[in-house]
Design a protein around this ligand. Structure first.
Ligand code: G16
Length: 576
């Protein structure tokens, strides 16, 4: 088998977004498109592809199979020594991060578009992770993009497809291939982080019921291994746990809109604890009967309980962090406990340096991402088991403690950060950019401070810029924010994970220390802020959109009635 050089031409727009390149399958399946991008990744590996060991896997979505065979051919053509591949091309994103670290690999190529829908008409994605197991930083993704702009050839070794269905070792020309069980190492690793016996004893003895929904994503087999095999729960404690290439035709995004069947089941069947994860297993949603744990609250609560409920943190918590739009609930936990706390741009890649430097233990994002320095990706099942650990510990102190009780107890100690996110998906790009441009000129103007938006006086505003405290790299234009005199905030960003048009995200946050408000409906409390945000952005004028596509809201019991302005798709959320 000899190396063949294939002539190609650059494709426009192969710029990695918040987490890799995500495009429609139709785009990836064009001749040379996937090969160009993978060649660019291989050429951009800081220590070179020659002699490297790479981990390859993904969420098993449609187009993974041909893509992985292309990667094998390109890896062989570029002198990669060894590929470690998840059986049937499957590896959840957190499991891939763990495998990269534990096998001391050079890096990894992950085939996923995360929570985006799959199938021939939907999305595919490819991203590169570094030797620390975390997503490539901007310096590397910029290099990848630059290579794609001038690429004229790629190198492959030709040969038949490799059978990935059996665990074991094989070769492809000069390339060694090890096919591994995608679940075993990861579940074993979690068992060293948490006290599985304690969780099992709690679940077996308390009458506490669990439902985990994998949304037909990659976490199905991982969920079964954990909940059924490790914790001894019945089959009825898991749902949608058979992975499918198109996620059963659904949208594998664990939020109140897309995980509605889980929300319904928890309410109707009186289930104590519900959880869901996304297509590639790095996101999570936690709910209880009558309670939705907003991701910003979730990470704050995990951080608060970590030392007493999770063995991994018994020796201490090094520091905490959140992405800029995530609510400041975690900052309050850091302040009270004397932990360092960091605010980084949206994107898990920004946490990696802090973790590697030993300054960060637990972090999270409002986008349903929660995790710790046990790996370098966010980890959906880790968050679910962290919550079960908290509930086991809380029930030891006070039997009968529910998810809702844990939330309320947290608010009583720290106050409550009301938070909501409005997403306007697949907006026409030109309108979205024009809206952001006019907002940027307002938010960055020196005269904006002191202006009143309704009852809210602007205290500070700008376009978020981050200087990495470890390597000094600067990331500019990371979101337009306005903080008001009462501490509330509005933020506008364009998503970096969409695959068609633009997605506008509006985040709003307001803090209250008034116990009488802790069980209030966040939508009502945040309404004046949302109205001001929509007014100043002139969103409807620029985009033609009257209503958002998805609303994420911090809810406490009771779940809110539908606001009158919801469309049919968002109404899914409000019916739950
Ligand atoms: C990715 C990133 C996250 C980010 C999220 C949303 O998550 O890993 O760090 O918060 O996208 O990004 P955006 O607001 O730009 O769409 P995932 O789960 O999609 O890989």
């Amino acid at each position: 088998m000899s190396v063949v050089t294939v002539q190609t031409k650059p494709f426009e727009g192969q710029k990695p977004g918040t987490s890799g390149l995500r495009k429609r399958v139709k785009v990836f399946s064009q001749q040379h498109y996937t090969e160009n991008f993978v060649q660019a990744i291989l050429s951009a590996i800081p220590t070179g592809a020659q002699g490297s060991t790479l981990v390859v896997g993904g969420d098993g979505r449609y187009f993974s199979k041909p893509a992985i065979q292309s990667i094998i051919r390109l890896a062989a053509g570029n002198g990669v020594s060894k590929l470690i591949i998840g059986q049937d091309a499957i590896l959840s994103t957190p499991a891939a991060s763990h495998v990269i670290r534990s096998y001391k690999a050079t890096g990894g190529i992950l085939l996923t578009a995360s929570h985006n829908p799959g199938g021939p008409e939907n999305d595919f994605g490819i991203k590169y992770n570094m030797e620390n197991g975390g997503p490539a930083p901007e310096s590397v993704t910029d290099k990848i993009f630059n290579i794609t702009k001038d690429i004229s050839e790629y190198k492959i070794v030709e040969g038949p497809d490799v059978d990935l269905s059996k665990v074991g070792s094989t070769t492809f020309g000069p390339l060694a291939i090890e096919i591994i069980d995608p679940v075993k190492d990861y579940v074993q690793y979690l068992s060293t982080i948490f006290d599985f016996e304690l969780i099992k004893a709690f679940l077996q003895s308390s009458g506490f019921t669990v439902r985990f929904d994998a949304l037909h994503g990659v976490t199905g087999p991982y969920g079964r291994a954990l909940f059924v095999e490790q914790f001894g729960l019945p089959e009825s404690s898991i749902q949608n746990c058979v992975p499918s290439e198109d996620f059963g035709g659904g949208h594998p995004d664990p939020n109140l809109t897309y995980a509605k069947s889980l929300v319904d089941a928890v309410e109707k069947e009186n289930i104590s604890f519900g959880a869901a994860s996304d297509g590639d297993g790095d996101r999570n949603m936690i709910i209880g009967k009558g309670a939705f744990v907003n991701p910003s609250d979730s990470v704050a609560i995990i951080a608060d309980w970590a030392q007493k409920a999770i063995p991994y943190f018994k020796s201490g918590v090094k520091g905490l962090a959140r992405s800029m739009p995530t609510s400041g609930a975690i900052d309050r936990v850091a302040k009270k406990n004397g932990f360092e706390c960091f605010e980084v741009p949206t994107g898990w890649k920004f946490f990696g340096n802090l973790m590697d430097a030993g300054r960060l233990s637990i972090c999270g994002e409002e986008s349903f991402g929660t995790g710790s320095d046990h790996i370098r990706e966010k980890d959906g099942l880790w968050a679910v088991v962290a919550w079960l650990s908290i509930l086991a510990a809380a029930n030891k102190e006070k039997p009968g403690t529910s998810v809702s009780d844990v939330l309320l107890a947290h608010y009583k100690t720290y106050g409550r950060n009301f938070f909501s996110r409005y997403d306007y998906e697949e907006v026409e790009s030109a309108g979205a950019s024009a809206m952001m441009d006019q907002l940027r000129s307002k938010f960055t103007s020196s005269t904006f401070k002191g202006t009143k938006l309704g009852e809210f006086e602007v205290a500070e505003s700008g376009d978020f810029s981050y200087t990495d405290p470890i390597d000094g790299s600067v990331s500019k234009n990371q979101g337009l924010y306005a903080t008001f005199a009462d501490g509330s905030r509005i933020i506008f960003r364009l998503s970096g994970t969409g695959s068609a048009g633009a997605t506008i995200r509006l985040y709003v946050e307001k803090y209250s220390a008034d116990e009488a408000e802790f069980e209030a409906d966040a939508q009502v409390g945040l309404k004046p802020l949302i109205e001001q945000a929509l007014l100043i952005s002139e969103l409807e004028k620029f985009t033609g959109r009257k209503v958002p596509t998805v609303i994420t809201v911090s809810i406490h019991s009771p779940l809110p009635p539908p606001p009158p302005f919801f469309n049919r798709r968002t109404a899914l959320l409000t019916k739950c």
